[in-house]
Design a protein around this ligand. Structure first.
Ligand SMILES: [Ca+2]
Ligand SMILES: [Ca+2]
Ligand SMILES: [Ca+2]
Length: 406
C-alpha cells in the first residue's frame, strides 16, 4: 500500500477537529486512584490506607464498589485523611454498592482510608476521580492574607476557594493586588461555579491597610462589577463564609483611564494644593474612590483646584465640558480668589458650561471643580487675560550649552 504524505492542510484540519472536540467536551474528571483490597472475616487488618495526590484544587469523588458482605449502616467507613492522618470533613458509610462520596480538596497529598469496626468483610474497589475547579487558575497559593496577595498578568484573577487543605483548614480566602496609575474606570466580569454562588461568598476591594472599601456578592454564576478608582494600590479578596461552598472563579479586569493625559497632580483638593495650569486646556477627572489609608482625608476625590495668573484689569473665562455621569445640580465649577472666595460659579449641568469674571486685579486666581455626586472626566478651556508660564526647559535646556560651546 502506498501511503501519501499528508500535507499541512491535513494537520490543520486535525488540529481544528481536536480543538472542536475539546471545546465541545470539556475535560472530564481525571482518575487519580483505583485501589482494591480484601477484608478477611474475623482477621486483621481493620483498615486499608491508600495515598492520593491531588494536583489542583477540585472536587474529588470516591466511588466504592464492594461485596454484599461488606455493606453496613454502622460498621464500615471511607474517609480522606490529611498529612497527619487526621480525618478531613465527613466520611462515607458504605451501605450500598457502589457508594459515592465527594469532597472538595486543595492541591495536596492525602490518604484515603477504608475501614471497618465489626465483622463486615469482603472485596472492595475504590475509584477516585478529580474534577478540577479551575483549569485556568492564575492564583499562587497560599494567598490567604493581604501580605501574600498574588499579582496577575492583565489583572486576570482566576482561582478557587472552599477546598479542604487538612483537618479543620479550608482555603476560604484569596487575595490579589491591583495597581492603578491614575483615575480608572474598572470593569470586572466575574464567573464562578454554581457550587460557589452564595450571599456568603463575597468579592471585596480593600485598601492597603486591609480595610474593605466596597464589595459585592457572588450571587450568580455570571455577573459584572464596575468601580471608579483613583490611582493607588488596591487588593481584591475572594472569600466565602459558608463552609458548604467551594469552586472556581474567574475575574477579568478591564481598566480604562478616566482621562489621558491628565493635567492633574493629585491630591489637589485644597486651594493650597492647587495645580498651576500649564496650558489653556485642562483635562481632569473627579469622583474617583481612593484608599484613604494611603493619605488624604476623604475617600472620594471631591475637589480639584487649579491656579492661573491673570493680568491687570483682566478677564478670566472658563468653559467646562463634562459627561452625563457628572451632570448634577450637586456639582459646581467656580472661579475664586486667593482667599478662596467665590467670584462666580455654575452648576455642572448641561455641558458645556461657562463662567466668566471681568475686571480682575493682576494676580493668582483659582478654578475649582466640586463634585458631590457622580464621577467622570472633564475638560476646561481657559480664556481671557491669562498668563501661561513658558514651559520649563527639559532635555533641550541640558543640550543647549553644548550647542553654544560648539
Ligand atoms: Ca485559592
Ligand atoms: Ca481630580
Ligand atoms: Ca482632587
Amino acid at each position: 500500500m502506498i501511503r501519501k504524505k499528508k500535507g499541512n492542510g491535513f494537520y490543520v484540519a486535525l488540529f481544528l477537529c481536536m480543538a472542536l472536540i475539546c471545546w465541545a467536551f470539556p475535560a472530564d474528571a481525571q482518575e487519580i486512584g483505583n485501589w482494591d483490597g480484601d477484608f478477611i472475616n474475623g482477621s486483621p487488618p481493620e483498615y486499608f490506607d491508600f495515598p492520593m495526590t491531588v494536583s489542583q484544587d477540585g472536587l474529588v469523588t470516591l466511588v466504592t464498589t464492594c461485596d454484599n458482605t461488606f455493606l453496613s449502616v454502622n460498621f464500615n467507613y471511607l474517609d480522606v485523611r490529611d498529612q497527619n492522618l487526621n480525618r478531613i470533613g465527613s466520611y462515607d458509610i458504605i451501605d450500598v454498592s457502589p457508594s459515592t462520596y465527594a469532597i472538595p480538596l486543595a492541591a495536596e497529598n492525602y490518604t484515603v482510608r477504608i475501614g471497618r469496626t465489626n465483622d463486615v468483610y469482603g472485596h472492595f474497589n475504590i475509584q477516585a476521580t478529580l474534577s478540577v475547579a479551575n483549569a485556568g487558575a492564575t492564583e499562587t497559593e497560599n494567598n490567604d492574607v493581604i501580605g501574600a496577595a498574588s499579582t496577575n498578568v492583565n489583572n486576570l484573577f482566576a482561582g478557587a476557594i472552599g477546598h479542604w487543605r487538612m483537618k479543620d483548614v479550608k482555603d476560604l480566602s484569596d487575595y490579589y493586588r491591583l495597581t492603578l496609575s491614575g483615575d480608572t474606570n474598572v470593569h470586572f466580569a466575574i464567573t464562578c461555579s454554581d457550587s460557589l454562588t452564595s450571599f456568603s461568598t463575597s468579592l471585596s476591594v480593600k485598601s492597603a491597610s486591609d480595610v474593605t472599601m466596597s464589595y459585592t456578592y457572588l450571587s450568580a454564576t455570571s455577573l459584572t462589577w464596575d468601580l471608579h478608582l483613583a490611582a493607588g494600590t488596591y487588593y481584591l479578596r475572594l472569600y466565602t463564609a459558608d463552609y458548604s461552598k467551594y469552586g472556581g472563579y474567574t475575574i477579568t479586569t478591564t481598566a480604562t483611564a478616566a482621562v489621558s493625559p491628565s493635567s492633574e497632580t493629585e491630591n489637589n483638593d485644597t486651594l493650597a494644593a492647587a495645580n498651576a495650569i500649564k496650558s489653556t486646556q485642562i483635562l481632569g477627572s473627579i469622583g474617583y474612590y481612593r484608599d484613604k489609608s494611603a493619605g488624604g482625608t476623604e475617600y472620594w476625590d471631591n475637589s480639584d483646584y487649579f491656579s492661573c495668573q491673570v493680568s491687570q484689569d483682566g478677564t478670566l473665562s472658563i468653559e467646562m465640558l463634562f459627561p452625563s455621569t457628572l451632570d448634577s445640580f450637586n456639582n459646581a465649577v467656580s472661579i475664586r480668589d486667593s482667599s478662596n472666595t467665590t467670584f462666580d460659579f455654575a452648576y455642572v449641568t448641561g455641558s458645556p458650561k461657562t463662567v466668566t469674571v471681568n475686571n480682575l486685579d493682576a494676580g493668582t486666581y483659582y478654578i475649582r471643580v466640586y463634585r458631590a455626586t457622580g464621577y467622570g472626566a472633564y475638560q476646561i478651556n481657559v480664556s481671557g487675560d491669562v498668563v501661561i508660564p513658558a514651559p520649563k526647559k527639559g532635555n533641550l535646556g541640558a543640550i543647549l550649552p553644548l550647542l553654544i560651546c560648539d
